[in-house]
Ligand binder design. Structure first.
Ligand code: NAD
Ligand code: DAU
Length: 350
């Protein structure tokens, strides 16, 4: 194999799409997927590629420094693409320390291990940290966008933990010369998205005719990007970015939550052969999220100009593909909501 790359969090939503893209596009790379298989990790996401010769799965915890150094000895990685994280804002509000452990301590462990394993010889090496636009806080002025040098202003325990990890990654670049790159992306959607997040939760509830919980008045705005376009950006940045660089990734596709839920209801009503407007009746306004960020919006022009990235699908196309994927793969969501996905793989890798 030409290169050996460690992808952390590859059993999760975005990680599984990144793993598949790399395994299929680079048959001469060995791709090692390290994942703890928390509630968010699901190896069913990778069933179609898990027998490929250039793919390995390793169950493990990035909080465990001893495990990481053994893994680096075993594989002599050329690069790391780090996605493993606790990723859900609502969970960070109820259990902030879990986010400190995985997102901060876990990232620092990984940085330390890479630095030690590469022992100052960074030729051909790369540590890519995948982060979020939430580190920039919230926007109020509708004309304003997050750019790469927008000041950090995290407002939830999740975004504070991701901001902290970003700072550590940059500190390892300036202090030790570790060859790092970072990207900060907006909200992703697409197949294999865990149904605690807005879009898959609404798809699941609409199908099952359950209430659709909209936080507050549904006025918060998110900038949605199809997950495969994030994976394509990660590929371009991993291979093309200068060391120490940061890139923002976003869809230039802002939606108020309530408008998005209306759209999902209408698309699902059509697909399920329901009366127009039927699913909108399920919308229920619930208590707002504490510290709920008002608006995120990314300016991705640096990535577009430097590396030639552009989204490959419109939101209409991406949403159509996503809804269709859930309806065609309903057993995926049933395994997730029943917990069956965990029993099977936890036993296999215990
Ligand atoms: P996810 O929650 O779907 O997946 C996270 C994965 O990390 C899971 O497979 C989980 O098992 C694994 N993991 C968690 N703790 C671990 C640990 N201690 N050791 C090893 N593995 C562990 O997350 P996602 O939505 O796919 O997000 C992936 C990354 O992208 C995260 O770093 C997140 O901050 C970032 N991000 C996400 C979005 C989004 O919209 N989902 C947008 C921008 C950036
Ligand atoms: O911006 C990137 C971030 O996007 C990622 O870093 C996070 O990992 C990812 O989870 C996502 O964070 P959000 O908090 O924006 O996503 P979520 O799907 O949880 O919520 C989207 C919006 O919908 C948000 O304004 C809260 C609202 N919401 C969410 C849920 C789950 C509701 O109104 N009702 C709900 O039931």
């Amino acid at each position: 194999m030409n290169k050996t790359i460690l992808i952390t969090g590859g059993a999760g939503f975005i990680g599984s799409h990144v793993v598949r893209l790399f395994v299929e596009k680079y048959p001469d790379y060995l791709i090692v997927n390290l994942d703890k298989l928390t509630y968010a990790g699901n190896l069913e996401n990778l069933r179609d590629i898990d027998q490929k010769e250039n793919y390995r799965f390793e169950k493990g915890d990035i909080e465990d420094a001893g495990f990481l150094s053994t893994l680096f000895e075993k594989y002599a990685f050329d690069g790391v693409i780090h996605l493993a994280a606790e990723s859900h804002v609502d969970r960070s509000i109820t259990d902030p320390l879990a986010f400190v452990r995985t997102n901060v301590l876990g990232t620092v462990n990984l940085l330390n291990t890479a630095r030690t394993a590469w022992a100052g010889n960074f030729e051909g090496k790369r540590f890519y940290h995948v982060s979020t636009d939430e580190v920039y806080g919230e926007l109020h002025d509708p004309e304003e966008f997050f750019v790469e040098d927008t000041a950090y202003d995290p407002r939830s325990p999740y975004s504070a933990s991701k901001a902290s990890s970003d700072h550590f990654v940059r500190a390892y670049y300036s202090t030790y010369g570790l060859p790092v790159v970072i990207s900060n992306c907006s909200n992703n959607y697409g197949p294999n998205h865990f149904p605690e997040k807005l879009i898959p939760l609404m798809i699941n509830n609409i199908k099952n005719k359950k209430p659709l919980p909209v936080y507050g008045k549904g006025e918060n705005v998110r900038d949605w990007l199809y997950v495969l376009d994030h994976a394509r950006a990660i590929d371009m940045i991993y291979h093309g970015a200068a060391l120490g660089e940061t890139y923002n990734i976003g869809g230039n596709n802002e939606w108020k939550n309530l408008d998005l839920v209306h759209l999902l209801c209408d698309v699902m009503d059509k697909k399920l052969g329901r009366e127009p407007g039927e699913s909108r009746e399920l919308i229920t306004f619930v208590k707002d999220r504490a510290g709920h960020d008002l608006r995120y919006a990314i300016d991705a022009s640096k990535l577009m100009n430097d590396l030639g990235w552009a989204p490959s699908v419109t939101f209409e196309e991406g949403l159509e593909k996503t809804v269709e994927w859930y309806l065609q793969n309903w057993n995926w969501i049933e395994h997730v909501t029943s917990g069956e996905y965990q029993k099977y793989y936890q036993e296999m890798y215990s």
